[in-house]
Write a protein that binds this ligand. Sequence first.
Ligand SMILES: C[S@@+](CC[C@H](N)C(=O)[O-])C[C@H]1O[C@@H](n2cnc3c(N)ncnc32)[C@H](O)[C@@H]1O
Length: 280
Amino acid sequence: MNLTTIINRQSPPTPWQTGEKIPWNEPAFSQRMLENHLSQEHDWASRRYKIIDQHIAWISQQLPNKQSKILDLGCGPGFYTQRLAKLGYQCTAVDFSPASIEYAKQQAIQDNLNINYLLADIRNYQPTDRFDLIMMTFGEFNVFKETDIKALLNNITQYLTPNGYLLIEAHTYQAILTYGQQTASWQSYKTGLFLDSPHICLEEHFWNEQQTTATTRYYIIDTVNNQTIEYGSSMKAYTDLAYQRLFQEAGMISINKLTHTQWPTGDIFTEKLQTFICQK
Ligand SMILES: C[S@@+](CC[C@H](N)C(=O)[O-])C[C@H]1O[C@@H](n2cnc3c(N)ncnc32)[C@H](O)[C@@H]1O
């Protein structure tokens, strides 16, 4: 792309228009992302193991039958399912990142665990099983368009056992609003998430009040090949009432929020992420 299009742009970008998401499913990108998932220096692709272990403790308290079936949607490198399968749970996990799924499969083989890992887009996934817990953690919920998330919720709630739980960790409205109102910034990298060669990343944020959506545009200036690549990502903000409606419309009757003691989010996500536990 030509950078002057930024200067000549007439109106802010439409949410979800340029690239629905950052390219999680692109092989080289997913390999670089995997390194971030695995890092124990920061919490931004997956939380550090210390926090994940606390989540596992809560799940295992909630599901005393250690044969229970668990489905993790957007499982990344399988940090949750690896731990849950070790406790005896029967786990299925879906992600469209090739590097993450490959890593997760290798970890399962290494520990002799029978985990059903699937490389697929969760929007198209049709399980043949029924699950006692279906989970989607770490805020990925908001990165889907509202129409997609409604269809996904309607679909997956069909796959819950009668007393099964739906666990959704999603962003607060305020977190997404603040994100969308951030000022533009830039950074230079010798190597980074979007490119493994030297580049500059320009980042612009927009808040669309009508759609209650934050959109980020990343312009990756590849200084080696003298070209610019544009990526986009949008996040839909829901009020607590809107979350309640979404879960109710998908057939959930009991909808509760977990406390930070039950499901800690990690320091940098306090007040930014919240966790719902629902039952039909
Ligand atoms: C923020 S990461 C969280 C990973 C994991 N849940 C954790 O907490 O460690 C979000 C994950 O969702 C996956 N993802 C995003 N959109 C997806 C889609 N449409 N289908 C499948 N996986 C998706 C990404 O590849 C990524 O691994």
